[in-house]
Unconditional design. Structure first.
Ligand SMILES: [Zn+2]
Length: 260
C-alpha cells in the first residue's frame, strides 16, 4: 500500500526534534512520501537541507504563506525567483489568501499571492494553496492570471460549485483529519462526494488535530487513520484509496512514485 502526506510541516520544531522516529514510523505504516510546504523565506535553506537528507521520501515546496503576510517583503519574492534558477521544488507553496483572521493585510496578501502565481506560471510549477473564507478571490486571481499548472487546495472547505471551478483549473483537494470530527459535516460531505481522482491525503501536522487526539500536536503517522476513515466513508478498500490518491499526487506534482 502507498500513502502520501501532501501537507506536513515536518520542519516545525515540535515535529523536527523527533523527525527520525516519525519518518521511520511513517515508512513502517505505508507512507511513501511526505511533502513539506514552506512558510517563510528565512526558513527555506533549512527546509531544503532537511529534505536532502531523505531523498525520494521528503519533498519540498517553496513559497510565502499568507498567514505570515506581515513578515514577507518584496525582496522575498525576488529571492524566490532567484532560488528557482538553481533548484526545483515540486511546487510553489504554501501560498494563498486567509480572510479568517481580520488582522492579516488583505491587499498585501493579494499582491503576494498574485506575484507567486505568476512565478509558478513562469516556472511551470503547480501550487499548494491555503485559502480560508477566500475561495472566490483565489479562483478569480487564478483565472485572471491564466494559471495553467494546477495543484492542491489544502484543507478544502468551499462549496461544490467552487470545487468544480478548481477542477476545471486542474486542482485537487487535500483531505485530512477534519473528516474524523463528527461535527465537520460539510467537510465530510465533500470527502465522500468529490471525485476520487480529485483527492489527495494530508495531515497538516503539527496543526489540524484529529478527533480525540491524545497529543497536543498532530503527526504524519495519523495519515493512516485519515486514509482508513476516508476509505470506510467512501466504501472502498484502503488499498484502492492509497493507489488512486498516489496516482493523483504523481499527476499533480510530477514526482516519480509507483502506486501500489
Ligand atoms: Zn500548511
Amino acid at each position: 500500500m502507498t500513502l502520501i502526506d501532501t501537507h506536513c510541516h515536518l520542519d516545525f520544531p515540535v515535529l523536527f526534534k523527533k523527525h527520525e522516529c516519525l519518518i521511520e514510523n511513517s515508512i513502517n505504516i505505508g507512507i511513501r512520501a511526505i511533502i513539506i510546504p514552506a512558510i517563510l523565506a528565512k526558513r527555506w535553506d533549512a527546509l531544503i537541507n532537511f529534505t536532502k537528507k531523505y531523498p525520494d521520501f521528503l519533498y519540498f515546496a517553496l513559497g510565502l504563506h499568507p498567514y505570515f503576510i506581515a513578515e514577507h517583503s518584496q525582496q522575498d519574492l525576488m529571492l524566490l525567483s532567484g532560488y528557482l534558477k538553481q533548484i526545483k521544488p515540486i511546487a510553489i507553496g504554501e501560498i494563498g489568501l486567509d480572510y479568517y483572521d481580520n488582522n492579516l493585510d488583505k491587499s498585501k496578501q493579494h499582491h503576494f499571492f498574485e506575484q507567486q502565481i505568476n512565478i509558478a506560471n513562469m516556472h511551470q510549477l503547480p501550487v499548494i494553496i491555503h485559502a480560508r473564507k477566500a475561495h472566490h478571490d483565489v479562483i478569480a486571481i487564478l483565472k485572471k492570471n491564466n494559471f495553467k499548472y494546477g495543484g492542491v487546495i489544502h484543507a478544502f472547505n468551499g462549496s461544490f460549485e467552487q470545487a468544480n471551478e478548481y477542477m476545471k483549473l486542474d486542482f485537487r483537494f487535500g483531505v485530512g483529519g477534519m473528516i474524523t470530527h463528527p461535527h465537520a459535516k460539510h467537510i465530510r460531505e465533500l470527502a465522500v462526494n468529490l471525485p476520487l481522482e480529485s483527492i489527495v491525503l494530508e495531515t497538516d501536522a503539527p496543526d489540524m488535530p484529529m478527533y480525540n487526539q491524545v497529543t497536543s500536536y498532530n503527526s504524519p503517522e495519523n495519515l493512516l487513520l485519515i486514509a482508513q476513515k476516508l476509505a470506510k466513508m467512501r466504501g472502498i478498500s484502503l488499498e484502492e484509496l492509497g493507489k488512486q490518491t498516489t496516482l493523483n499526487v504523481v499527476s499533480t506534482f510530477k514526482i516519480n512514485i509507483k502506486a501500489s
